[in-house]
Write a protein that binds this ligand. Structure first.
Ligand code: 48F
Length: 258
């Protein structure tokens, strides 16, 4: 019995890993924008792997506002949640509250059921860049990174890499600071997030969602941080719309390079 259970886990995990050593889209970060993008891209027939450094995917969605586990979404954000089967409670003609645990678990389940594979506790520590195009991510076990162990990573090749790492824009930082590339921003670099302004932040999160460099895309707060947008706190419609927008951009780009 013991051997059988261990063998089943080892075999099925390594099959999953082997199947995802080369993907169409590598998404870094299983926050709301990354998960919406993952579902849309998987439904479009693309091979999608999501790498999340934490044990529980879901990003900044679990804790609501100050650990009060409710969040707010606008009508158009609620419509995206309804596609995942997530329930929203209208509070007026424009806004809804959502149980943040239902939202986080529903987003994760929806992305997975659509066909995206999620690797949790896996940190993306670098990118692969060949001849002016980002074409992969360098991954390691997050406990290895957390404990500062000197262990070499492995590589996942991807036709597109999406930075969905939220506020720090970790993957774009690697491109700018390590590879020294100029990205599609006013300075060619990362402007950095501004303080709270919900309305503006919600709008610019979607506007700032785009391809930043060949093979490299950003969504959610990562996109807003790059272009110097305002933060918005526990309202999430902009994150879902950003995920949807970048999925369409990536799918269209990949169609042209097939
Ligand atoms: O920050 P996060 O939830 O991403 P998002 O889609 O949404 C932002 C909102 O949650 C919130 C907000 C809304 O008002 O402002 O902040 O932009 O999730 C980002 C995920 O990326 C993971 C991180 O653990 C989190 O779950 N992550 C960050 N760096 C890495 C990573 C990395 N290097 N490798 C893998 N995962």
């Amino acid at each position: 019995m013991e051997e059988k259970i261990s063998l089943a886990i080892v075999r099925s995990y390594f099959k999953k890993l082997e199947n995802n050593l080369a993907v169409d889209v590598a998404i870094v970060g299983a926050g709301p924008s990354g998960l919406v993008a993952a579902r849309d891209l998987a439904l479009a027939g693309l091979k999608v792997a999501v790498f999340e450094s934490k044990l529980a995917p879901g990003g900044g969605t679990w804790g609501g506002g100050m650990l009060m586990n409710e969040v707010v979404v606008q009508n158009d954000g609620a419509a995206i949640l309804h596609e995942f089967g997530i329930t929203t409670q209208p509070i007026d003609a424009e806004y809804h509250t959502v149980d943040s645990v239902e939202m986080a678990s529903g987003l994760v389940f929806g992305a997975r059921k659509a066909g995206a594979v999620i690797f949790n506790a896996v940190k993306v520590e670098d990118i692969v860049i060949h001849a002016g195009t980002v074409c992969g991510v360098v991954i390691n076990s997050n406990p290895v990174a957390y404990m500062g162990l000197h262990v070499d990573p492995i590589v996942i090749m991807a036709r597109a890499v999406l930075d969905g790492t939220g506020h720090p824009s970790e993957i774009i930082s690697k491109a700018v600071n390590k590879a020294g590339v100029k990205i599609d921003s006013p300075t060619g670099g990362i402007l950095g997030e501004k303080p709270m302004w919900m309305e503006d932040g919600e709008r610019t999160t979607v506007e700032n969602t785009k391809r930043l460099y060949p093979g490299l895309y950003a969504s959610g707060m990562a996109a807003n941080n790059v272009q110097g947008g305002f933060r918005m706190g526990p309202i999430f419609g902009g994150m879902f719309k950003s995920g949807r927008k970048i999925a369409k951009i990536i799918a269209d780009d990949l169609k042209q390079t097939k």
